[in-house]
Design a protein around this ligand. Structure first.
Ligand SMILES: NC(=O)c1ccc[n+]([C@@H]2O[C@H](COP(=O)([O-])OP(=O)(O)OC[C@H]3O[C@@H](n4cnc5c(N)ncnc54)[C@H](OP(=O)(O)O)[C@@H]3O)[C@@H](O)[C@H]2O)c1
Length: 574
């Protein structure tokens, strides 16, 4: 095996990675060493459908002896699937340059028959050979006997590992030092009989077990993690799709030797497969271990949330052994989710659309803001259950106070003499209205659905007007709490530009993008503009303190968000 290149500097200083057992090809070996070829022409008997087993609590999976502690620093296996050899070769070298220590080659992606000499030339780290069938999420278009032939050729060609599905592994003999992965994929569901299938896999001749199933319920993550926890052999078990992200990362907590990653974000090799860059730099996967605390954001959708990025950076900055994950939880599922995930010991959640009202209801304790606003964006676990907080209100007020424009005559700036027009009556508008009502000279609320505006106005004791009447309100502070102008509707603005006057302050709570049409027009017309980034960072920083009891690195969090939102790709300092 060739020497591994020096990886690029790691943003998550971690213990030295422990490489998987090395394997080498036996020179001069032939295919006949791993079994007679005719054997492949008859496809192996598929495993008979296992009997349906009761739900996981009563599963027949035997208690395994205590598993050995996971290696210090689980690895990331970079999956490379390209149609051209040349591109595969380039990505192999590039992945290694970026720090990959294990690579899976998806041979089913190649448009031509694999040339192993080319693919394995200058092998920078251990490599896994995989030829995936369409029913398992692959692109293999040939016959099953051709596929098994190719896998045998890969074994003798010099791959270190070979991935063999549970229904074919028994027909491919062990050969030399090549390690064997027995795998099971299910693109439709997390089947009720998963534990039985896994038990059968445990009895097969393999060095590592891999399970990849499709989650339809957040709790499916818990079932696969339980397989990892109880497995008698090294196991990677994960849920496909965006519901499954927690399992891809938390396996390391229970001893999974590695997780899979795409070479880069653009490669859709498997549903929900994270990029190598994200696993390494955002989640610091190699540092996740048994002691790692867990936090996260609950929402739907949640895949594009910036919260994992800033919270993980802040945790790393303060040297806290914790990881912050996205948990996609469908509407109406919050109470079930919280109950089921208690077994993971999650320390706290950020809560976003559509769960803010439910979070306020489900909590055992609420702070004053939650009681008033009837919505929570933070849940913190303590011995007695969940405590709900709303950091949006405090963040909006602090953001405004910190960014008020200086007065020309030098009188101290204050919100108290401001006349405010608030657009919207949803979650954020409620937080802002409750925070501002007692702190400004006048507050007027306009909302597309007038009943909600009048209801909120009655709660906070202010005025409401119909949505169509918003342009006739006199104000010197305009606050947009609607999503009008948010990505992807970049050409929309909640107010006509003629409403914007020099000297007026405009607070746009949207932060994706940071520069909305409203922000552009307000700047052009001489308004003082505050974007949603500052509020977003402040509400996250307040959550961070509630989660960890430590002061958040506010400036670092701001820089990270600004960089992530920048239309220009800025290279992160390593
Ligand atoms: N900076 C931050 O920290 C932060 C945090 C969270 C959210 N936000 C921003 O705040 C925005 C609102 O979030 P939210 O949680 O309050 O959402 P929400 O609860 O769904 O409320 C959305 C509000 O916008 C109104 N609205 C929606 N579409 C509209 C349209 N086409 N024209 C006019 N009004 C419309 C809704 O009016 P109806 O009552 O008629 O439906 C409702 O009042 C988000 O888009 C996000 O960008 C910022």
């Amino acid at each position: 095996m060739s020497e591994q290149p020096a990886p690029s500097p790691d943003p998550c200083p971690a213990p030295d990675p422990v490489p998987p057992p090395e394997a080498t090809a036996v020179p001069g070996a032939t295919l006949s060493d791993i079994g007679p070829l005719p054997q492949v022409s008859a496809p192996p008997e598929p495993i008979p459908p296992p009997p349906v087993v009761p739900p996981p609590e009563t599963t027949a999976l035997p208690e395994a002896p205590p598993v050995a502690p996971p290696p210090a620093g689980a690895q990331i296996c970079v999956v490379i699937g390209r149609t051209r050899h040349k591109m595969m070769q380039i990505e192999i070298q590039e992945a290694a340059k970026r720090g990959a220590t294990l690579i899976e080659l998806r041979l089913d992606f190649l448009a031509k028959a694999p040339d192993f000499k080319r693919l394995l030339a200058e092998k920078p780290c251990p490599m896994i050979a995989t030829v995936r069938r369409p029913e398992d999420g692959g692109r293999w278009a040939g016959s099953e006997s051709e596929r098994l032939m190719l896998l045998r050729q890969a074994i003798v060609a010099g791959f270190d590992w070979v991935d063999l599905e549970t229904d074919v592994i028994d027909s491919v003999r062990r050969y030399g030092n090549v390690k064997r992965i027995v795998s099971y994929h299910n693109l439709r569901e997390t089947p009720p009989e998963l534990e039985t299938i896994f038990q059968q896999m445990c009895g097969q001749d393999a060095d590592l077990l891999k399970v990849a199933v499709t989650a339809h319920d957040p709790a499916d993550n818990l079932r696969v993690l339980d397989l990892v926890r109880r497995a008698p052999k090294p196991t990677i078990a994960l849920c496909l799709g965006d519901l499954g992200m927690p399992s891809r990362i938390l396996g390391a907590r229970y001893g999974a030797p590695y997780t899979y990653a795409a070479f880069n974000k653009e490669r859709g090799l498997a549903p929900g497969l994270p990029s190598f860059e994200d696993l390494k730099k955002v989640y610091c996967y190699s540092q996740v271990n048994r002691e790692t605390a867990v936090y996260g954001v609950i929402g739907d959708p949640v895949a594009h949330s910036l919260s994992p990025l800033i919270h993980n950076k802040a945790l790393r900055e303060l040297g806290i052994n914790a990881v912050y994950l996205p948990f996609r939880v469908p509407r109406g599922e919050l109470p079930n989710f919280l109950k089921a995930f208690e077994q993971l010991g999650v320390g706290g959640y950020s809560v976003t659309i559509p769960h803010k009202e439910a979070a306020a209801t489900v909590a055992d304790r609420k702070d004053d803001a939650v009681t008033r606003i009837q919505a929570a964006n933070t849940l913190v676990w303590n011995e007695n259950g969940w405590s709900a907080s709303n950091t949006d209100a405090q963040a909006a007020l602090a953001s405004l106070e910190a960014n008020l424009p200086p007065t020309p005559d030098g009188t101290p700036v204050s919100l108290h003499n401001r006349s405010v027009l608030l657009l919207g009556a949803g979650g954020v508008a409620r937080a802002v209205a409750h925070a501002l009502a007692k702190n400004v000279a006048s507050l007027t609320i306009a909302n597309r659905t007038p009943e909600r505006a009048f209801k909120l106005a009655a709660e906070v004791d202010c005025r409401a007007v119909d949505w169509v009447a918003r342009h006739s309100v006199l104000c010197d502070l305009l606050i947009n709490c609607t999503p009008v102008g948010m990505h992807p509707n970049l050409d929309d603005s909640p107010i006509h530009h003629s409403f914007l006057k020099p000297g007026m302050m405009v607070f746009e709570t949207i932060y994706t993008p940071e520069t909305t049409l409203l922000v552009k027009e307000a700047r052009t017309r001489g308004c003082h503009v505050l974007t949603g980034v500052d509020m977003f960072v402040r509400q996250a920083a307040l959550q961070f303190t509630l989660f960890t009891g430590k002061e958040a690195p506010l400036e670092l969090m701001r820089t990270v968000v600004k960089r992530a939102l920048s239309p220009v790709v800025l290279r992160e300092e390593e």
